[in-house]
Design a protein around this ligand. Structure first.
Ligand SMILES: *[C@@H]1O[C@H](CO)[C@@H](O)[C@H](O)[C@H]1NC(C)=O
Ligand SMILES: *[C@@H]1O[C@H](CO)[C@@H](O)[C@H](O)[C@H]1NC(C)=O
Ligand SMILES: *[C@@H]1O[C@H](CO)[C@@H](O)[C@H](O)[C@H]1NC(C)=O
Ligand SMILES: *[C@@H]1O[C@H](CO)[C@@H](O)[C@H](O)[C@H]1NC(C)=O
Ligand SMILES: *[C@@H]1O[C@H](CO)[C@@H](O)[C@H](O)[C@H]1NC(C)=O
Ligand SMILES: *[C@@H]1O[C@H](CO)[C@@H](O)[C@H](O)[C@H]1NC(C)=O
Length: 628
């Protein structure tokens, strides 16, 4: 009796364990792959409905690339163990209104990449335990407000890549457990202010690639668990103040590629966990003095393709974790505050390339002691202060290519002891005595100047296209000027390629009249400046604030002979007379003229005397003749 009982049990176990397995192998339909755990995958255009005779233990059924355009009322019938169903890339256009009533146990339905343009009313509502619903990649334009009613267990809802434009304000009400919501790549223009208010457990909210123009005040209120909010590639023109303030767990926020011209003060406060924040590719005109809250976890920040002309000095001061700062390709950025990089103790890469920088404050980089890579290429730099790279003991690479440098101080790299690569090409190097110092450095550090064959003289004519490294000290002919006076001289006499749109500069034949605005750094220039003289003068003279005003320093060797200035309504008007070379030339000509005139007069007098003498002789002879 015991024995037969035991034997029976054995048989049962054997049947239980082997049958499904055998079934799988034997029953798996054509075009499908089945595994013994109950996962079935079917592919191909021969499939027009759910294959019959699937293994009885099928819990996962994936149909991809099929010809099944309709889910019929009975398509999913008699599959009581099926939990996860997907029908993708299949031109599905119709779902029977009661298609899911026969399979209320489903936990996952994925209908991605089909042709659905409408959904029957409440078609998913029988699925009380549904946790995943993917409808992405269809042609849905609208969604009925009650479409997701009753799906309280839903965790993951993907509606991306449709044609939605104005989802109803209560469409997500009741989805209190939702974790992931993707509305990206639709045509959404407007989102109602309360649309997300039930979604208190939401962690990921993607609204990128839409046509949103505004964000309503309070739209993200209550999303205290949100970690990723993606809003990039929309048409957002403005943000309401404090719109992100509820999002204290936010780690990723993307606002790039919108139409923001400004960002409200303190917008990024209360985001202590933020790791990724993007605001690049917006036509930003200015940023507020207080913008970034404490964000120690941020590692990378991109601020490019904006219309910023400058930024507040404390912009990065709370982003203390930054390793990489890519602040480049800003077409209007010509000036940086001296303390901008004050508080970035971990920064190792700073890219400022392809901005319009004209001037760098001597202390700008002084605190970036961990910096490895500094990219300054493709700017408008005309000169560099001697101490600009001082203290950057870990600097390995500096790129100064394609600027307007005519020379740089000879000891500019003296404290960059581990420097491996310097790029200096594409600058109009002036191969006169002014370049002697840096030329010597280049000769001694040839291996460091990575593009040394492109570091060419641009003037004077006799050295045109020679590499700096090939010129000896003797060839750099002697002219006794100090670098500083050279600098001022050149800044003042730099010809402007495009005259500024303001009337700040007028150049006349004999005299130069230069107008310099000595505004405080906070007031913005009236018109976005073009590159050139006005900018360099302004930055040179008004920054740093404690340095003496420029006109105290202006009378210098090699400089203009006479300088006059008048201060009027915050503007300083400066007149200069022609520089000494022209004056000396004029004097020389006068001198020669005088000498020639003198000689002429002397000769004329002598000739007169001679004539007089001759006449008197003649008279004398005539008298003698008459008398005689
Ligand atoms: C489904 O099919 C499409 C093309 O028909 C293919 O691109 C895609 O990778 C397939 N997906 C899966 C999960 O097999
Ligand atoms: C830095 O963050 C703190 C805390 O959020 C804030 O009080 C401070 O004003 C911020 N600084 C700047 C310059 O925004
Ligand atoms: C930003 O600059 C671009 C060119 O650099 C210009 O076309 C655009 O009009 C500017 N936008 C604003 C708002 O100034
Ligand atoms: C330096 O800048 C020039 C000009 O933009 C560029 O061609 C070159 O690749 C840059 N080199 C490095 C190492 O960044
Ligand atoms: C080059 O430097 C010399 C000496 O300072 C100066 O006289 C000359 O004008 C400069 N040339 C150019 C093109 O700047
Ligand atoms: C250059 O000028 C300085 C004073 O400006 C003078 O002390 C120095 O001796 C001069 N050097 C030469 C080589 O003439």
């Amino acid at each position: 009796m015991m024995d037969s009982y035991f034997r029976g049990t054995m048989w049962m176990l054997l049947v239980l364990f082997t049958l499904p397995h055998l079934n799988c192998v034997e029953v798996c339909p054509n075009s499908c792959m089945c595994n013994f755990l109950g996962a079935v995958k079917c592919v191909g255009y021969t499939i027009t409905d759910i294959p019959k005779q699937l293994p009885v233990n099928t819990y996962l059924l994936q149909l991809n690339g099929t010809n099944m355009n309709v889910i019929h009322q009975q398509s999913l019938a008699e599959m009581n163990l099926l939990l996860r169903f997907s029908l993708t890339h299949s031109h599905l256009h119709t779902i029977h209104p009661r298609a899911f009533q026969v399979a209320p146990q489903l936990k996952s339905v994925k209908l991605s990449s089909n042709d659905l343009s409408t959904l029957p009313a409440q078609v998913f509502s029988p699925l009380r335990t549904l946790d995943q619903l993917h409808l992405d990649g269809n042609k849905l334009e609208t969604i009925a407000p009650d479409m997701f009613e009753g799906l309280v267990g839903l965790l993951d809802l993907d509606l991306s890549r449709n044609k939605l434009n104005n989802p109803p304000s209560d469409v997500f009400d009741g989805l209190t457990n939702l974790n992931f919501l993707n509305l990206g790549r639709n045509l959404i223009r407007k989102l109602q202010p309360t649309i997300f208010h039930s979604l208190t457990k939401l962690v990921y909210l993607f609204i990128y690639n839409n046509e949103l123009e505004v964000l309503e005040t309070g739209i993200f209120d209550g999303l205290v668990n949100l970690e990723e909010l993606k809003l990039h590639q929309n048409h957002i023109t403005s943000l309401p103040p404090q719109v992100f303030w509820s999002l204290r767990n936010l780690k990723v926020l993307t606002l790039s590629s919108n139409r923001l011209k400004a960002i409200p003060e303190k917008s990024f406060y209360n985001m202590p966990k933020i790791r990724k924040l993007t605001i690049y590719n917006n036509p930003l005109l200015s940023l507020p003095d207080q913008l970034m809250g404490h964000m120690p976890d941020i590692k990378e920040f991109y601020l490019y393709a904006t219309n910023l002309t400058t930024v507040p000095g404390n912009l990065f001061s709370n982003m203390s974790g930054l390793l990489t700062l890519n602040f480049h390709l800003n077409d209007w950025l010509y000036e940086l505050p001296s303390d901008l990089f004050c508080c970035l103790p971990k920064l190792y890469k700073l890219s400022l390339k392809a901005n319009k920088l004209v001037y760098l404050h001597p202390q700008l980089f002084s605190r970036l002691t961990t910096l490895d890579i500094l990219l300054l290429a493709d700017n408008k730099l005309q000169s560099l202060p001697e101490e600009i790279f001082r203290g950057l003991g870990e600097l390995v690479l500096i790129n100064l290519s394609n600027n307007k440098l005519k020379t740089v101080p000879g000891n500019i790299f003296s404290s960059n002891t581990v420097l491996k690569s310097v790029f200096l090409s594409g600058n109009p190097w002036n191969c006169t005595c002014t370049i002697r110092g840096i030329a010597k450095w280049i000769r001694h550090n040839e291996h460091v100047v990575s593009d040394r064959d492109g570091v060419l003289c641009h003037s004077p004519a006799k050295h045109l296209h020679h590499t700096i490294g090939s010129l000896s000290d003797e060839e750099l002919n002697h002219c006794n000027t100090t670098y500083k006076s050279y600098y001022i001289h050149n800044v003042l006499h730099e010809p402007t390629t495009t005259p500024p749109t303001t009337t700040s500069i007028t150049t006349q034949e004999a005299t130069q009249q230069t107008t310099i605005q000595t505004s405080t750094p906070t007031t913005k220039p009236p018109v976005l400046p073009t590159t050139g003289l006005s900018t360099s003068l302004k930055t040179f003279t008004t920054k740093p604030p404690n340095s003496p005003p420029f006109y105290d320093m202006l009378v210098i060797e090699q400089g203009p002979e006479f300088v006059h200035h008048v201060v009027h309504k915050d503007w300083v008007y400066v007149w200069t007379l022609p520089s000494d070379t022209a004056l000396v030339g004029l004097l020389m000509v006068c001198h020669i003229l005088l000498v020639v005139t003198g000689l002429f007069l002397i000769f004329a007098a002598m000739y007169g005397m001679y004539c007089l003498n001759k006449t008197t002789d003649g008279l004398k002879a005539e008298c003698a003749h008459i008398l005689g």
